[in-house]
Design a protein. Structure first.
Length: 413
């Protein structure tokens, strides 16, 4: 009878690693790191400064000793005379003469030391100025790669992700930081490219069936022989389909507007606001809402279509959430130092201050209304805030006294 063989337990395959293991250099202590380079640089600077200071002090001391070694008196015809020392006249005792000569020599030595000290201080001040200037220049040279990394990072944040640092030089910490930053930019670029591709595909896949449904419903509604029940059902389905189209357009625009604007052109907020007012005028007249405008030229750099969407969403919200037959909407544009303002004010229901932030959340409205309202899909203010952020600006909502809101959009010029 054959003996069954025991199979060894299956082992799990090794987990894949996303990062390739970096090979360590054979002699890591020989790597020209920033610490070693700065140590050699500042150590060499201190050594050179010490040598210079020692040489200057030696020369000054030699000069001072040379001056101090000269005798402050002379012997003429057996008599001691001096122009420096106050020697006693003839007939004085030898001890008095020696004391006077000793005092004179000490005075001469003190004068030489004072001269040495003054010149040493001047030399120290001069060397300090030279050392600070040289240190500033060398620090700028050492930190220049960091400045380049910072400039590239600013350009990437303000324009696109296709720029790279590609830092050349020794394999030090700055080179490692630049390479890591380039790798991060590669991943971010791939991620954003995939997101844009997904948004484009989703846009096509979601719009196509909705457009087909709208066409079929319009064809059936155009049939005069269709029963009244089917006509009413078709209108309801057409309204639902239109609402779905608005929701899809809003979501896709919200996904696109969360990113920075790459292509910027001069756009006048006054022209943008005027177009938004023209598009919302019919709805305002139907609700009896008065439209006011005070538009001053305010040119900013941005995307005209997205900025027009900000103005249109704010104006439409101001018209829809207003007081019927007696309300008004006022739109103003203004150019201030460093920024341009778009302000939309309207009458309407009283809005508590604690509910202001909720208005900018997707699918949120006043009184926690959801998408069941016929006033929109709940994405207007979310899209406006995303577009403003993408342009480097912001939008602020403030409740009006007596009801309504004041929407302020500030954009950099």
């Amino acid at each position: 009878m054959p003996v069954p063989t025991v199979q060894p337990p299956a082992t799990a395959p090794p987990k894949p690693t996303w990062e390739p293991k970096q090979q360590e250099p054979p002699y890591p202590w020989l790597r020209p790191t920033i610490r070693i380079r700065l140590t050699l640089l500042y150590g060499g600077m201190f050594l050179i400064a010490g040598i210079l200071l020692l040489s200057i002090i030696y020369m000054l001391a030699a000069q001072a000793l040379h001056v101090g070694s000269e005798l402050p008196f002379k012997i003429v015809d057996g008599h001691v005379s001096s122009n420096v020392c106050n020697l006693l006249g003839e007939g004085t005792s030898p001890n008095s003469v020696n004391a006077a000569m000793n005092s004179c020599v000490n005075h001469q030595r003190q004068q030489a030391l004072d001269t040495l000290l003054n010149r040493s201080l001047l030399a120290l001040v001069g060397l300090s100025i030279i050392a600070f200037a040289f240190g500033y220049a060398m620090a700028g040279r050492v930190l220049s790669p960091l400045g380049r990394i910072t400039r590239i990072a600013r350009r990437v944040a303000g324009t696109d992700l296709s720029r790279r640092i590609e830092l050349d030089g020794p394999d030090d910490e700055f080179k490692e930081l630049a390479d890591t930053f380039d790798d991060m930019l590669d991943r971010l670029e791939r991620a954003f490219t995939a997101q844009q591709r997904f948004v484009g595909n989703a846009s096509h896949e979601l719009r196509t069936p909705l457009a087909i449904n709208r066409t079929l419903l319009e064809v059936h509604l155009a049939d005069p022989q269709a029963p009244a029940e089917l006509q009413q059902l078709g209108k309801t389905l057409l309204a639902t389909n239109e609402r779905s189209e608005q929701l899809v357009e809003g979501l896709l625009l919200l996904a696109r507007s969360d990113n920075q604007i790459i292509e910027r052109k001069p756009v006048d907020l006054a022209e943008v606001a005027s177009r938004a007012l023209d598009q919302a005028r019919g709805e305002a007249e139907a609700k009896g809402v008065e439209m006011r405008a005070e538009l001053a030229p305010a040119v900013v750099q941005g995307n005209g279509v997205l900025l027009e969407r900000i103005a249109l969403n704010l104006v439409q919200n101001a018209v829809r959430y207003n007081v019927p037959d007696s309300g008004w909407v006022e739109v103003t544009t203004e150019l201030l130092p460093g920024q341009a303002l778009l302000v939309v004010s309207n009458t309407g229901p009283v809005v508590p201050a604690y509910e202001i932030d909720n208005l900018f959340e997707p699918f949120r409205r006043l009184r926690t209304e959801r998408t069941g309202s016929d006033k929109g899909v709940g994405l207007g203010l979310s899209i406006a805030r995303s577009v403003a952020r993408a342009h480097g600006g912001r939008i602020i909502a403030e409740p009006r006294e007596g009801g309504g809101l004041v929407m302020r959009v500030s954009l950099p010029v």
